[in-house]
Design a protein around this ligand. Structure first.
Ligand SMILES: [Zn+2]
Length: 131
């Protein structure tokens, strides 16, 4: 346990006893992979993002699902209303805010979240109510 055979030399030839440092490098000219950043990365930076973005989570979570066209949803609401349901009833049954139902119904809101649309479309037209 006393012998160490690898402590005397580092790889390669050292001139004048200068100790060659084998710092690990990761290549020059790499740029931050975060789109829109493009900061030049240090060759000693093992990451593929700059120090600014390294501390940030990569996924930028936007709250809520994307809004989609509510045209079909609006038609369904109109059908429900025509079949005798009131907006408060639709709101309560679909578990969607009454104001949202109202806005979609009167065309004030052209888009709605997928969740909202799915909830409204799930409602069935009351049977026997069709003219
Ligand atoms: Zn960056």
């Amino acid at each position: 346990m006393m012998t160490r055979s690898e402590n005397a030399f580092v790889y390669g030839t050292t001139r004048f006893g200068e100790e060659k440092k084998e710092a690990k490098t990761y290549g020059r000219g790499r740029r931050c992979s975060v789109s829109g950043c493009g900061a030049l990365l240090s060759m000693y930076n093992p990451s593929d993002v700059c120090s600014l973005h390294e501390t940030m989570p990569m996924e930028r979570k936007r709250p809520g699902p994307p809004a989609v066209d509510a045209g079909e949803c609006r038609c369904h609401i109109m059908t429900l209303i025509e079949s005798g349901m009131t907006i408060p009833q639709i709101s309560k049954t679909a578990m969607v805010a009454e104001t949202v139902i109202r806005r979609i119904a009167n065309g004030a809101q052209e888009n709605a979240s997928l969740m909202t649309i799915a909830r409204v479309m799930r409602l069935s037209v009351p049977s026997g109510a069709l003219r």
